[in-house]
Design a protein around this ligand. Structure first.
Ligand code: FAD
Length: 656
């Protein structure tokens, strides 16, 4: 059974409850089709694409079950959470807007209340889970997004209540999905003022609309931010302005801190930064989900472009090695990022389970930091690859790729903001490197998920290739990461002597240093977990093809670091660089016969893919003609005027 699609029922039912029909496509229809996926068969109507199917060295159904099967979602005790995430994964290949709305309500709003609140928020949580209320998440303000410390909305203790206020235009909350028309409740981040001083950024869960009239409560103004491209138009990204809005004390999400009825601030956090990192740690949930968007973007892009490439006659353009090189690595990226995200999600579900069970161990605190570092590194790595894949796929389909019916431009627009929300990619990479630097000050770097275990090792320089190219790639990454840690820290220490503050110094060591370090850390973890997954595959043909899929992904991402590897002294002379690049070309060519089979493993059914170029029967031209013929309108009125104008011009010219 294929987990993500069969469990779509769960999400679709839930999502429909909170999402007004934004589109004409019927979700009930999708659901019916989705449920029939278990018995999916190919229609075999075009000899050309079927010839390519026959070239696959593995069985598509077997590999599909290995990659996407039920056994892949291991988190049995927390099945509902895992299923909900899997269902969102399925849903967003069809419509990111609906998926985002549901995710924001159930996972971002819900998780914030669950992880930052306490028993007194149990009723809000129950209402969220039962869809009795609709939630949104309000962090960003008009003049501040990435720099969360500078948020200006205030929540001031006054006579046993909090008074929420927006001091200026720049402090208006904005971008919150679900807010414009639907949200009844919001998690709001505001500077908490009590005992005559600001206690820093805190989170609150407040009601924002009357449940019956759906009008904003007194002291709250809400509006919509206007049109956006792609699926995001239906997401209701809204703005909210407070004018001395009063809310009860229990609205403070009070894990680790509270305000007494007398207005006294109490906290068990040792420092502001500890509190800040716990408060914002809730964003990891969103980031983890967004990693899957990177995989989905790669899968949708290459499904469309590779199927079209084999249909593009006379000689299919697929046969050009450059065309293969432009697409197959992204297909491999789709597989490997998906594998990584599923494992990460299993860890995360386990972590959440332990937190909810009340565990307070040092190991759990370590895990929280590691989840934060890894999600902040892997989200940029995955989403950048996904957006690149969609751009390359659009170009690889030539002019027809530009047509709306290819869906590639729509997809690119819809996936684009994944680079920005839940932490702008470049910004959150800083969080990842900061955690790595802090970890390096400890006596050992062993971590619960094992992604930092190697940080204190002394990696060796390149001395020749082994018989496992992925291991070779991992060795190069370890050296690269060590080099980037050393150079970043060296520059940090140097800048410290100039008297600059740590915020400035951290910003100044990003280019070619900490920024690249976080990317390399994320890529290393993705490859390492991919290797462990592939090693465990028992069925030989699937294992062999997945070894090549992993090799190609690993070589493709490492290739981008060659210059830094040479600068670092890891290698000299052409052997290493030539070796990596020739392996890259050879592995890509070796995967060409398997490419269409691999696409079939992860491709959604046609009605979800929604592309004339990428349909599974390979009849791209017939489908294009269907679209062309739909636009064969009655003659437009201006044609008559045009004919008159042309006749007049011709008369005038003949008189000259
Ligand atoms: C479709 C969409 C949905 C969203 N949904 C929500 C939501 O539901 N709730 C919510 O609260 N927010 C939401 N957001 C807002 C989003 O989280 C912010 O846009 C994001 O955090 C970036 O903040 P910003 O837009 O203020 O950019 P800025 O912080 O102004 O950044 C602008 C640019 O400057 C760079 N920059 C900033 N600081 C630094 C630095 N120190 N060093 C180097 N470069 C820097 C950034 O990398 C970025 O490229 C959404 C955004 C989008 C596009």
């Amino acid at each position: 059974m294929v987990v993500p699609f069969t469990v779509a029922l769960y999400t679709l039912a839930e999502a429909r409850a909170i999402n007004p029909a934004q589109k004409n496509r019927s979700r009930a229809f999708i659901l019916k089709e989705v449920m029939s996926l278990k018995t999916i068969t190919f229609s075999m109507t075009t000899p050309l694409i079927d010839e390519y199917r026959k070239k696959a060295s593995f069985d598509v159904n077997t590999l599909r079950n290995i990659i996407d099967g039920e056994e892949f979602v291991e988190a049995k005790p927390q099945e509902d959470f895992a299923k909900a995430l899997a269902a969102i994964d399925a849903l967003e290949t069809f419509d990111q807007g609906t998926a985002a709305r549901y995710f924001l309500h159930a996972n971002v709003f819900g998780s914030a209340v669950r992880s930052l609140g306490t028993d007194r928020h149990a009723e809000t949580l129950r209402q969220t889970e039962q869809n009795e209320i609709v939630g949104c998440f309000c962090l960003t303000e008009v003049s501040h997004g990435s720099n969360t410390q500078k948020m200006q909305t205030t929540a001031t203790f006054d006579k046993g209540e909090f008074v929420f206020h927006t001091p200026n235009i720049g402090a208006i909350k904005c971008w919150a999905g679900n807010l414009s028309h639907s949200a009844t409740h919001a998690v709001v981040f505001a500077q908490l003022h009590t005992e005559g001083r600001c206690q820093g950024l805190h989170s609150f869960v407040i009601q924002v609309r009357d449940m019956k009239t759906m009008k904003p409560l007194p002291g709250i103004a809400i509006g919509d931010m206007g049109e956006k491209p792609g699926d995001w138009n239906g997401v209701e990204n809204g703005w909210m302005k407070f004018d001395h809005h009063r809310a009860p004390l229990w609205t403070l999400l009070n894990k680790g801190c509270d305000v007494t009825p007398e207005g006294k601030y109490v906290t068990s956090f040792k420092s502001q930064s500890e509190k800040q990192s716990v408060t914002l740690g809730t964003l990891s949930v969103g980031r983890m989900g967004i990693i899957m968007k990177g995989a989905n973007a790669c899968i949708l892009a290459t499904t469309i472009a590779l199927r079209y490439s084999v249909a593009r006659q006379e000689m299919p353009v697929f046969e050009y090695p450059l065309q293969q090189y432009r697409l197959i690595p992204y297909l491999c990226g789709g597989f490997i990022i998906k594998i990584f995200q599923k494992r990460f999600q299993n860890h995360f579900v386990e972590y959440m389970w332990r937190v909810m069970s009340g565990e307070k161990s040092e190991e759990l605190a370590e895990m929280s930091k590691e989840i934060h570092a890894l999600s902040a590194a892997a989200k940029p790595v995955a989403t950048w690859m996904g957006i690149e894949a969609l751009g390359e796929a659009r170009r690889a389909c030539g002019g027809h790729g530009f047509l709306t019916c290819s869906r590639l431009n729509d997809l690119r627009e819809s996936f684009d903001p994944s680079q920005t929300y839940e932490g702008e990619n470049n910004m959150i990479l800083q969080q990842s490197s900061n955690i790595i630097f802090a970890k390096l000050k400890e006596p050992h770097t062993r971590t619960p998920m094992g992604t930092m275990n190697y940080l204190l090792d002394t990696p060796k320089q390149f001395s020749g290739f082994s018989n496992c190219i992925v291991e070779d790639v991992l060795s190069a990454y370890k050296y690269l990461i060590r080099h980037l840690v050393k150079t970043s820290m060296r520059d940090y220490e140097k800048l410290k002597t100039t008297g600059k503050d740590s915020f400035t110094i951290r910003n100044e060591i990003q280019v070619h240093r900490a920024h690249t370090l976080s990317i390399a850390y994320g890529e290393h973890a993705i490859i390492q977990w991919g290797l462990e997954f592939v090693r465990d595959i028992a069925e030989q043909k699937s294992k062999q093809v997945m070894q090549r899929v992993l090799s190609l992904y690993s070589l493709f991402v490492l290739d981008k670091h060659l210059a830094t590897l040479y600068i670092s002294g890891y290698c000299s002379g052409p052997e290493f660089g030539d070796g990596i690049r020739s392996s890259l070309r050879l592995t890509c060519a070796s995967l060409a016969p398997d490419a269409i089979g691999l696409v079939d493993v992860l491709a959604p059914p046609d009605f979800i893919l929604g592309s004339s170029l990428g349909a599974e029967d390979g009849r791209a031209y017939d489908r294009l003609m269907e679209v062309f013929l739909k636009h064969e309108n009655e003659s437009p009125p201006f044609q008559k005027d045009l004919a008159n104008f042309l006749a007049q011009r011709s008369n005038n010219n003949s008189k000259l």
